[in-house]
Ligand binder design. Sequence first.
Ligand SMILES: [Zn+2]
Length: 222
Amino acid sequence: MRLILLGPPGCGKGTQAKLLSERNGLEHIGTGDILREAIRQQTPAGLRAHPYVEKGQLVPDDLVNDVVAERFNLNDPPECFVLDGYPRTLAQAVAFDQVLRQHYFDLTAVLLFQISDEEIIARVGERWSCPKPGCKATYHTQSKPPKVPGICDYCGTKLIQREDDRPETVKARLVVYHKNIGPLAGYYRVQELLREVPGHGAIEQVYANIMTILNEQAKRKC
Ligand SMILES: [Zn+2]
């Protein structure tokens, strides 16, 4: 299988990508990981990306394209994969199609996670972290609550919400997502690759939704 996962930040697609990879023998390609690896190996694109990552800046879209292209042009390009966090824009999708064509790879499906902004904002509001250097424990009010609300179990420090988990930050990222997702989803829809996945509910439920969709797709192909 060759899959692309699309969805808003915080929709859980990273978790699903990991499960899909482990249970179906797919290589999990996250842009953060391959970016770090390219920098570590000092590839041409990695060297260009390094200053951005070092300064904590966003790596430009076309440079991310180059990092992904490099990963596919290694001696062992991933045959079966699940891409998570890429492409983010229509231009990146077009660039990635060129990479696929070079390898005569067809995509199996592009999964679009459907989840409301309200639920995303509610979900990130549940994440809390300990700010104490050397501790940095993380909590979740539903799945991993601290014993005393708002206080770190390990060191007693008052818990905070990280910059990434603040509602304002998440709302700003959602605005960017909504700007890009229309053209991106449309691009894959006309290729009949786009499948919408209900993204709310428990992790295993969402995984089951995905497998149902992929199995239906496999049947249709035969
Ligand atoms: Zn702590």
